[in-house]
Design a protein around this ligand. Structure first.
Ligand code: SAH
Length: 211
């Protein structure tokens, strides 16, 4: 898999090393285990998807982690990216809206012996204030707009990756909050994720439409 990722333009050695440390076949549904080391996304159940390894690699490379960061992840899903992050950062806080997915991800991560990860089942558009501010925040579901609490919980000097667009396709934004608390926003790619739900996500629009 590392060679495939190199072929896809991933050069960061720490990121490539992370893929060597986390067995992806434990994170995909059993019927896909034989294809776990190909660059494919798979359905996880509950209408959700484990992303392609090259998408995770794009995120991890863009986050440029040194190992001493406190990271917030929204959209735990299978927990695969959470485990990759655990090898690259000091502590990972991950939020998943579907309780069954959160539970399964937590169990997989614990069984691999990671002790620097906390997974919570809730609406991630509110962030996780108790552990803020975060050096890095990543959202792995497609948002209609930026949820404000996430921007507030980003440390000055920190960075955030968030796909923003409609449910068909999104632009991946890399947001930097400068030491002076100014926001620099760069689009680094085009992606396609399942929708970010919750009150700061797609459900707000649904709720408004129903009012
Ligand atoms: N990184 C994950 C991607 C999972 S897909 C993986 O590769 O396995 C996106 C996930 O975001 C889904 O599991 C979905 O349930 C979750 N999600 C959607 N809206 C959310 C919200 N508001 N808060 C937390 N999780 C959310």
């Amino acid at each position: 898999m590392v060679e495939q990722l190199q072929g896809a333009g991933i050069k960061d050695l720490a990121v490539l090393h992370a893929f060597d440390q986390v067995p992806r076949h434990l994170f995909v549904p059993e019927r896909f285990a034989a294809r776990a080391y190909t660059d494919e996304a798979f359905p996880l159940g509950h209408g959700q998807t484990i992303s392609k390894p090259s998408t995770h690699a794009l995120y991890l490379q863009a986050l440029n982690l040194d190992g001493d960061e406190r990271v917030l992840e929204i959209g735990t899903g299978s927990g695969y990216q959470t485990a990759l992050l655990a090898t690259l950062a000091e502590h990972v806080y991950s939020i998943e809206r579907v309780p069954k997915l959160a539970e399964a991800a937590r169990a997989r991560i614990e069984s691999l012996g990671f002790t620097n990860v906390a997974v919570r089942a809730s609406d991630g558009t509110y962030g996780w204030r108790a552990y803020s501010p975060f050096d890095a925040i990543l959202v792995t579901a497609g948002a209609l707009k930026m949820p404000k609490p996430l921007l507030e919980q980003l440390r000055p000097g920190g960075r955030m990756l968030i796909p923003i667009g409609d449910s068909e396709s999104q632009q991946l934004h890399r947001i930097e909050k400068t030491a002076e608390e100014e926001i620099e926003d760069t689009v680094i790619g085009q992606v396609r994720f399942v929708p970010l739900r919750g009150l700061g996500g797609h459900d707000e629009t649904e709720r408004r439409a129903g009012e």
